[in-house]
Design a protein around this ligand. Sequence first.
Ligand code: XBP
Ligand code: MG
Length: 241
Amino acid sequence: MQPDVPTMAPAGTAGLIGRARALIFDVDGTLAETEELHRQAFNHAFARRGLDWNWDRTVYKDLLRVTGGKERIRACHARLRIASPLPDAEIAELHRIKTARYAELVAAGHCPLRPGVADLLAAARRRGQRLAIATTTSRDNIDALLSHALGRGWAAAFEAIVAGEDVVHKKPAPDVYLEVLSRLKLPASRCVAIEDSVNGLIAARVAGIPVVITRSLFFRDDDFSGALWVVEDLTELDRKR
Ligand code: XBP
Ligand code: MG
């Protein structure tokens, strides 16, 4: 068990979430357990380009400390200490193939929303709360996931959608969260971020936003000190406490 990580809603937390002016959602690992599909899609791209790389779950869990798919490929190559770096064009081509494969896997129905996500989105809308997305992944990946899970008009529910390509620095830098706050014209203290990773926790906290962590497949044993609340999944937010 981790020290000082609130796994029971500290008094008033549920109210704080219910009274927040906006809920800001991370995507991968939070809305859906997408990282396993990302991992399979990366391996598909490596095979297609003749690279003898195959990221198993242990390797991928470690590489996930690096946010951004292209950055992750570059980080893996750097660890191999191969003299010639992978050209940017090759990394871009690997990532293009990977992104296309990821979309196929999502379209095939391999990645439903996590428990409690649809109910929380609906409850937030009933309460008149504003919704936003702050993610490292690409717009294409968000659209692939949410058009399948929420229907083609999914974007209408989110007032601000900030993806990895919209900012200079990806998480744990606060950029995506600061951009969401800027677009919503809301103070950080009146929002709540919902995340699954330490990089996401740091990004939101640096932006001044309280964070609820939902433990996910690849990050479940991480230390989320500093989070407002840590839950197994978002169904816990609905239970009266
Ligand atoms: C998770 C990430 C992304 C995905 C892969 O983003 O770090 O890099 O692993 O997607 P978040 P890309 O948890 O912030 O949603 O290959 O498009 O980067
Ligand atoms: Mg995430």
